[in-house]
Design a protein around this ligand. Structure first.
Ligand SMILES: *Cc1c(COP(=O)(O)O)cnc(C)c1O
Length: 385
């Protein structure tokens, strides 16, 4: 039996008439970009995240670029983040004119190691009237960007406390973590700004591209309102911004889907518990480690296994959906050669990238399918002996 990694059709089936009515409404209103539909979504999304404001934009990548600029990252600054993430985390830093400075991850949660962050700042940085700078060359640290990988938040108590001490803004890359919590607070409400993607495969997916920035600070919200529309108001421009707006039709789809998000999270979490229990009997598989403070939305269910590539091929041959997120850490990407990193610089990220594989966890999976995924993985290791 084939099992897809993700089947969005099953999620849309029960709400298909609601989605069609959004299209009809947009067609009749002729308000295609932003408008009341986006403003409603912004209100509902801010309420969901527990923030003062939410600002729609064209993608998660744009949300990151806009947020970095709005918190005061300047060309030439460093932004501290992890090399074990989707490319856009670091790509957005470069597009904001800054330079990514990578710190390694924890091997169990795959998220940035806060003790490395604290140690690196103490060893290399000083507080000046320009903000936090690297002592030996004066380069400013513009922001810290924790990435909440696979739906679990990074250790936000530690990260926020370190960044408060240093007065460095925190931009949460929450693109994979919409709705996820740390100590009962949702992502997006914890840092200076939070960035979300509505790419179709995220837990809250549009029927196309879309993104959102959340913040509690009015000056950051206003800066984003300006930056997303060419850096101006009316026809008066103080800076050069972007064309990064959310379509009304996508906002309408997202409003329908946001109302179902908690029940969809529940489905994923239930499936994760099924695998957690099942894989206990299989010594080769390391299941996701979720911190006590964390409430994961399992955008991916990512296991660590021996002979990962062997398992990958075995599952693919049998029609079991699976993928490697991510096979090459960002410090080893060709486009970042100029940063001067090399093999061995981030041993945990490098090791993990050879061990991880993500398997189907979407909420509409049947129990039969879950059993099929588990049994196929079990059979692979039984055949290997
Ligand atoms: C999806 C994703 C992004 C980018 O979102 P887009 O909407 O595709 O631009 C950024 N960071 C992470 C961690 C992501 O998973």
């Amino acid at each position: 039996m084939a099992v897809p990694l993700l089947d969005i059709k099953r999620q849309h089936q029960p709400i298909i008439e609601d989605l069609r009515s959004v299209f009809n409404r947009a067609l009749e209103s002729s308000r295609f970009i932003k408008g009341p539909e986006m403003e409603q979504l912004e209100k509902e999304f801010a309420e969901y995240c527990g923030t003062e404001r939410a600002l729609g934009c064209a993608s998660g990548t744009d949300a990151l670029i806009l947020a970095l600029m709005a918190v005061g990252v300047k060309p030439g600054n460093f932004v501290l983040t992890t090399p074990f993430t989707f490319f856009a985390s670091a790509g957005a830093i470069v597009r904001a004119g800054a330079t990514p400075l990578f710190l390694d991850i924890l091997p169990d949660t795959f998220n940035i190691d806060p003790e490395l962050l604290s140690g690196w700042l103490t060893d290399n940085c000083a507080v000046t009237d320009r903000g936090v700078v690297i002592r030996n060359n004066g380069t400013r640290i513009g922001a810290v960007m924790p990435v909440h990988l696979f739906g679990q938040l990074a250790d936000m108590d530690r990260i926020i406390s370190i960044c408060k001490d240093w007065h460095i803004p925190v931009v949460e890359d929450a693109c994979q973590a919409v709705g996820a919590k740390w100590s009962n607070k949702r992502t997006g409400s914890l840092g200076t700004a939070g960035c979300f993607s509505f790419f179709p495969s995220k837990n809250l997916g549009a029927l196309g591209d879309g993104g959102m920035v959340t913040t509690n600070l009015p000056e950051i919200a206003e800066r984003i309102v300006s930056l997303r529309e060419h850096g101006g108001r009316g026809y008066i421009h103080e800076e050069v911004g972007f064309n990064s707006r959310l379509d009304a039709i996508q906002a309408g789809f997202l409003r329908i889907k946001l109302a179902h998000l908690e029940s969809w999270h529940k489905g994923r979490r239930k499936n994760a518990r099924f695998y957690d229990r099942a894989f206990k009997s299989l010594g080769q598989v390391t299941t996701p480690v979720i911190r006590e403070e964390a409430w994961s939305i399992y955008n991916q269910y990512t296991i660590k296994v021996p002979d990962r590539d062997g398992l990958l091929n075995y599952l693919r041959e049998r029609g079991i959906g699976c993928a490697v997120y991510y096979p090459l850490p960002l410090h080893l990407q060709k486009c970042f050669e100029c940063l001067g990193y090399g093999e061995g610089d981030f041993p945990v990220s490098e090791a993990v990238s050879k061990e991880v594989i993500s398997i189907p966890v979407f909420g509409e999976l049947t129990e039969e399918e879950l059993v099929e995924v588990f049994e196929t993985i079990k059979a692979f290791y039984a055949e290997k002996g």
